[in-house]
Design a protein around this ligand. Structure first.
Ligand code: AMP
Length: 282
């Protein structure tokens, strides 16, 4: 496995690598969710690049950026054991040199949900994804359903800008008690970690209600709010029931919808989602 730090080297390497080439973009502090993306990329492609880059432009709170967990040595060991071909670990100045000015904006859908709670977040995400695609030219790129809105937006980006990269969405990997794996889980106290199981319970309850015949979003949303409110350490940021392609809020769910939540545990914010009327985003 080779570790690459510069744009010029990763560009050169990816021009000569055996294809198809799969890219797994991450911010590091790897867990089994990331591993599942890498395994899928390995089984679909001849070569795999994993990028580790904590993208400052997608953080709106400096507190979240500086507190974001990191352990590069451990990540590298995990990727070595997975037999990944290349790890791309650029410095911030390599991706955003002085006087950097260009941003990619996917429009309205990036200002909803996470975009509304974290202004500018997706501008950072779509800009860095565009840069990675441009430099690495992957045949396929792998994203987790865990960040459902991100997956939907990246698919739109690729369609709108005619990238040749195929976007593959990989199902959410959960802990034994249903909590979606996330690097941010490591920032929870023991009590908060226990309390965080409320997220999966709330989403599951809403799915159960829909399966029992409740289609109106107000009732489904209220169900999530009610379950989350039983947990004193949890503070709901938003719950959304949206179209899986446009992310428009739906009044009723007749066939398919993504139900997404963001929940605060003190200063740690966790997100999760499930697809109603279908198992997953495609
Ligand atoms: P991150 O390092 O948090 O930016 O995540 C990198 C990629 O891993 C993103 O595409 C995430 O959606 C995906 N990911 C994160 N957590 C999970 C999970 N629990 N299950 C599946 N994919 C995940």
């Amino acid at each position: 496995m080779r570790i690459i730090e510069t744009v010029s080297s990763i560009r050169q390497v990816s021009q000569h690598i055996t294809r198809p080439l799969g890219l797994v973009p991450t911010m590091g502090y790897l867990h089994d969710g990331h591993v599942s993306l890498v395994n899928r990329a390995k089984s679909d492609n001849d070569s795999v690049v994993v990028s580790i880059f904590i993208n400052p432009k997608q953080f709106d709170l400096t507190e979240d950026l500086t507190g974001y967990p990191r352990n590069l040595q451990r990540d590298i060991k995990i990727l070595e054991d997975l037999d990944v071909n290349f790890v791309f670990v650029p410095e911030v100045s390599e991706i955003y040199p002085e006087n950097y000015a260009t941003y990619v904006d996917v429009g309205e859908m990036s200002r909803k949900l996470e975009g509304s709670s974290r202004p500018g977040h997706f501008l950072g995400v779509t800009t860095v994804v565009t840069k990675l695609f441009n430099v690495i030219r992957p045949d396929r790129a792998y994203f987790g359903q865990k960040d459902g809105q991100q997956a939907v937006i990246v698919k739109r980006l690729v369609r709108d800008l005619n990238f040749e990269t195929e976007i593959v969405i990989v199902p959410t990997v959960r802990e034994y008690d249903g909590l979606a794996m996330s690097s941010r889980n490591s920032r929870l106290t023991e009590q908060q970690r226990e309390a965080a199981t409320v997220i999966n319970r709330a989403l599951s309850e809403a799915i159960y209600m829909w399966e029992s015949g409740v289609t109106d979003s107000v009732t489904l949303r209220r169900t999530v709010e009610k379950v989350v409110s039983t947990e004193p350490l949890a503070k709901l940021d938003y719950v959304s029931i949206s179209d899986v392609d446009t992310l428009d809020e739906l009044n009723n769910v007749y066939s398919e919808a993504m139900i997404s939540v963001a929940v605060w545990f003190d200063n740690v914010r966790l997100i999760d989602n499930k697809v109603i009327g279908g198992n997953r985003l495609e």
